[in-house]
Structure formats: structure tokens, C-alpha cells
Design a protein around this ligand. Structure first.
Ligand code: FES
Length: 216
């Protein structure tokens, strides 16, 4: 008899109070699982980001011959090839070939020519590294508009982008076209007689230089 009443009790419809208490409990469980899931997801997503996107990149050497071309260059930019080793979190090391543009400058003149770079307090550069090293400046080969590769046009004496017509002078200052800023400088240093550069990819279409990665 007792078990019969218990069975009947289970079949009784729930009161409004019981329904809302149950709904609250289900909601709380879903919310807590969501928070736990999010907590787990963040480290997992973090693990998927390539190592190259950490706070800094790796230095890649320029060949001696090419650096020699830059040293003897006067008012013509030099295209400098280099190899870069990248390491994705889950893939084997990969070596990539790329190039940058290098110019030889008078540092004071260059600073005056590029107010878009030296616009911080006291003429501080908007990038966290020295832009002029040993009187040389390296530029990323990617147009700051939408990332196409521009070229030096010696007849026009300008860098020209074939995609939407942005133009830059020898110092990389923006002259014409839709690009939001001048060419982006890259870090360079000298180690035991070898010039090295670091690749940085900047956000396109923005007037500010925002680092988006240290791999190409
Ligand atoms: S990508 Fe160079 S002008 Fe558009």
C-alpha cells in the first residue's frame, strides 16, 4: 500500500513553485557548465595560436652579399631576400623565403620625412624598436592598405602598389592612394658582422601600426 501511495505521489503534477525551482536549478547548472567550459576553452584556444604570435619574433639573417648591396646603395631601395624559420604549435618547423625593402638614410632627414612613424612624445617612434639602425631602414614588403606587395618604380622614383594604386616615396611616406599610413618599418640589428631582421605583420587599413603577428 505504501509503495502504491509513493507511486501516486510521483505522478502528482508539480506545483508552480516546484516548476520554477527546477527551472532555476537547470539554468544554474547550464551557467556553471558554461563558465567551466569557457575556462577550459581559453587555454585550449591559446594552445592553437602559433608560437610565432608571442610577444616577439625571431631574428633572421640577411645574406652578406645583399647587405653589401644595401651598404653601397645611395638613393635606390634594395630588395633583400631572407629565410625565416617558423614553428607552429602542432606542425614541424618550416623555412620560408621572403624579402623586405631596405633603404640607406640620413637619420635626421628620415625622421623629418616620416611624421607618421615618429609621432610619439618627443618624436618617439610608434613601434617598440629602433627604426633607423646603422643608417639603414627596412620596410615590410606588404602595402599597409590591404597587404599587396608593392614595387619600386625607378622611372617614377616611387614605391607603387599594383592593387589599388597607393604610392610612397623613397622614405616610405604615403603620397597617394587609399593606404592609411606610410610603409611599415621592421626591426633590424647587427650581430657579429651579420645584419638580421625581424618579421612583423601589421594590421592593414588602420592609421595606427598594430602588430597582428610575428609570422608571415
Ligand atoms: S593593397 Fe596596396 S593600394 Fe591596396
Amino acid at each position: 500500500m505504501a509503495s502504491h501511495s509513493a507511486h501516486r505521489a510521483q505522478e502528482q503534477p508539480e506545483t508552480e513553485d516546484e516548476v520554477s525551482r527546477r527551472t532555476f536549478m537547470v539554468g544554474a547548472v547550464v551557467t556553471v557548465s558554461g563558465i567551466i567550459g569557457l575556462g577550459l576553452a581559453i587555454p585550449i584556444i591559446g594552445g592553437l595560436i602559433p608560437q610565432g604570435t608571442a610577444k616577439t619574433g625571431t631574428w633572421s639573417p640577411l645574406t652578406k652579399a645583399e647587405f653589401g648591396d644595401l651598404e653601397t646603395a645611395t638613393n635606390t631601395p634594395v630588395k633583400l631576400d631572407f629565410s625565416m624559420t617558423t614553428k607552429d604549435a602542432y606542425l614541424p618547423e618550416e623555412t620560408m623565403q621572403d624579402y623586405v625593402w631596405g633603404i640607406k638614410v640620413n637619420p635626421a632627414r628620415f625622421r623629418a620625412a616620416r611624421p607618421d612613424i615618429f609621432n610619439g612624445p618627443g618624436g618617439k617612434a610608434d613601434v617598440p624598436y629602433n627604426v633607423v639602425n646603422m643608417s639603414f631602414v627596412l620596410f615590410s614588403p606588404l602595402c599597409p592598405h590591404l597587404g599587396c606587395r608593392y614595387n619600386w618604380d625607378s622611372a617614377a622614383n616611387k614605391f607603387m602598389c599594383p592593387c589599388h594604386g597607393s604610392q610612397y616615396n623613397f622614405d616610405g611616406a604615403h603620397l597617394a592612394g587609399p593606404a592609411p599610413r606610410g610603409l611599415d618599418p621592421l626591426p633590424m640589428r647587427e650581430q657579429k658582422g651579420i645584419a638580421e631582421l625581424m618579421w612583423i605583420r601589421y594590421q592593414s587599413t588602420t592609421p595606427d601600426r598594430i602588430v597582428i603577428s610575428y609570422v608571415s
